[in-house]
Design a protein around this ligand. Sequence first.
Ligand code: ZN
Ligand code: ZN
Length: 299
Amino acid sequence: MLSEITYSNPFSEKGQWFKGNLHTHSTYSDGLLTPKQLAYLYRNNGYSFLAITDHNKVADVRKLSTEDFLVLPGIEVDTGKGVLGSKYHIVGVDIEKEIKAESAQEAIDKIVELDGVAIVAHPYWSSLTLNDLLKLEKYLGIEVFNTTCEVDVLRGYSVVHWDMLLTAGRRVYGFAVDDAHWSFRQYKPVDACKAWIMVKAEELSREAIIKSIKKGLFYSSTGPVIKNLEIKNGKVVVECSPVKVIAFVVDHARGYVYFSQKNDLTRAEYRIRGNEIYIRIECKDSEGNTAWTNPIFIK
Ligand SMILES: [Zn+2]
Ligand SMILES: [Zn+2]
């Protein structure tokens, strides 16, 4: 007899897919481009929505949304300190007013009170430990990939933080974001339009996109497309664009990896034991670009 499975499945949900980036800096803080230029850039790169999240400031984005492109207001609150001495950065999406907070928890509480989405930004870049993250409550998820942190100091991936939190029983989602500043340094790769979430929503409106994100109806990617995920007959079956690795990542290293030298894997399955804490899927192509599903929680 299988245990209780909890998964908000965007692949079986009605609606359309919308590509978006939830972490971006503009001239309101240390970004090079104005909110309007950023909206133009992302729209022209195939995105449907973008959140402008300046450091401790809210940019005015009210006139930037069009019929086919949505700009969400937001903020990144730099506050508090982890045990290793770095500040927490808390991203608040769908936030229209500035937030002052003495601690990361206060920032999260205020974002949640304002009906926003609270995400702990770049844990690896911030040198946050598992305990730093376990101390906090009520955040929707953490950034599992951050483009700027990767191209700047090679600390873009916070997947280990995510797996530790999930293994500890925390039900948090994983977000891939750019954190684009569009700053230039010789030989530094561009930090925009490289990491995103794909959200399944009824329509491209602020209400619908935020509602779907809060429900977990999205997956993250830096390249591969996840085409379907089904849970049936005690199995998880995933289909994706051609990749080299499809991994079922499970608590306590009990997962399973499919590997092909030819970058031609498009389907894989995993039989649910029933005593897992969570199962999540990563699809990685030959260049290292990855797609991450949200976790399937099992109790
Ligand atoms: Zn930050
Ligand atoms: Zn940032």
